[in-house]
Design a protein. Structure first.
Length: 247
């Protein structure tokens, strides 16, 4: 067990599966005290799955009232916040061109990926300002840099995360709050559960490294950005995609 986050308080959203779950596991092994949030009640299982101090709360990040209540709970339990992993997100429809993309589906994606990310960041900053700063890690996507036909809502929403990261980093750079993003390529997460092995092999073939990323690899980068090891890094977008963006 490490100590890179020993006694640090971390809030992780989208914590019940995928990247968020991997972050909970990695951060708990590094000594963090965690408040794990997810819209799914599966988030409650994390307390049984991993060692360490883990509190859970079912939370819809698109609802400002629920987000405010979650961070009040963080204040109540820990009276501080050192790290935020702003990770919750959804993909929306795929293979749907812009002229056919339903507005209600567009709004649904933005309500989680952009409004939700803003809600969470806003509440986290309020606490961090009271206690000398902290580190915020936003989950973006390489989709924030490169278009993918048929996925307009997701792609544009992740582009917004790029600028939310830079804007927040600049606004709070003199307040001890660092803000960075991680922008993953194609990873072996539950989002691919419905894919056939043939489809997964095809996706892996698009990656220069020849394989999909694993959530644990994403969590390792999140740990670095959350810890004091990255104390001189803020406002940066870190791509982790097996070399795909080099093409």
């Amino acid at each position: 067990m490490g100590n890179r986050l020993k006694d640090k308080v971390a809030v992780i959203t989208g914590a019940a599966s995928g990247f968020g779950k991997a972050m909970v596991k990695k951060f708990s092994t590094e000594g963090a005290k965690i408040l794990a949030l997810d819209i799914s009640n599966d988030v409650e299982k994390l307390k049984e799955m991993f060692d360490g101090e883990i509190h859970t709360l079912q939370t819809d990040v698109s609802d400002p009232g629920q987000v405010e209540a979650a961070f009040k709970e963080c204040q109540k339990i820990y009276n501080r916040l050192d790290v935020l992993c702003n990770n919750a997100g959804i993909t929306g429809l795929v293979e749907t061109p812009i002229h056919e993309y339903p507005l209600n589906e567009w709004d649904k994606v933005f309500s989680v990926n952009v409004r939700g990310a803003f809600n969470v960041l806003q509440e986290a900053v309020k606490i961090m300002l009271q206690h000398g700063g902290g580190s915020i890690v936003n989950t973006g996507s390489i989709g924030g840099y490169r278009a993918t036909p048929g996925s307009s809502a997701y792609i544009v929403s992740k582009g917004a995360i790029v600028m939310l990261t830079k804007q927040a980093a600049l606004e709070y750079i003199d307040k001890g709050i660092r803000v960075n993003s991680i922008n993953p390529g194609t990873f072996n997460t539950p989002l691919l559960n419905g894919f056939s092995q043939e489809a997964k092999d095809f996706l892996a073939g698009q990656v220069p490294m020849g394989r999909l990323g694993e959530p644990e690899e994403m969590a390792k980068l999140a740990l670095f950005l959350a810890s004091d090891e990255s104390s001189y890094i803020t406002g940066q977008d870190h791509i982790i995609d097996g070399g795909r963006s080099t093409e």
